[in-house]
Design a protein around this ligand. Structure first.
Ligand code: CMP
Length: 141
């Protein structure tokens, strides 16, 4: 078993698709081990996406990610990191495969409904970004 971190982004929450996306992921074998709803501060969004700070879309991404509530969650499954990235599809919904979350729910490359960690190491770091040790206590696979 492995864990990964997802974020249902402001576009998907505002469109009323959050529960549909989580249900789809549960159907694909992911189990929710921690979950919350929150509004990211500008400082939090900047820190979470710090690796992208030199990219031309960084300021717009920070505005988007702070535009409304998000739902971060720790998901568990066998091979969770790779399986979640496959389940959500390509960053650009125009390139996302049939049946993926982004194909179905994303609006654009930026407003793409969902985030998934890209490695086990980043999943752990991102889980600690959103959840306290107490929240995660006893959830490790
Ligand atoms: P995510 O998987 O959360 O990681 C970085 C985010 O930046 C990405 O999803 C998109 O929301 C956004 N992003 C990535 N590439 C672009 C792009 N070319 N233009 C606008 N936004 C982007």
């Amino acid at each position: 078993m492995e864990q990964t971190l997802t974020i249902i982004k402001p576009d998907a929450v505002a469109a009323g698709n959050a529960a549909r996306i989580l249900a789809l992921l549960e159907e694909k074998g992911f189990r929710i081990r921690a979950i919350r709803m929150m509004r990211l501060s500008e400082a939090q969004a900047r820190e979470f996406y710090a690796v992208h700070r030199e990219r031309p879309f960084y300021e717009s991404l920070v505005r988007f990610m702070t535009s409304g509530p998000v739902i971060p969650a720790v998901l568990e499954r066998e091979n969770a990191v790779a399986a979640l990235r496959e389940a959500i599809g390509a960053t650009d919904p125009a390139e996302a495969a049939e049946g993926t979350v982004r194909k179905r729910f994303a609006e654009s490359k930026e407003r793409n409904a969902i985030h998934a960690s890209d490695s086990v190491e980043n999943a752990w770091r991102e889980a600690r970004f959103f959840f306290s040790e107490a929240d995660l206590l006893g959830t490790a696979p």
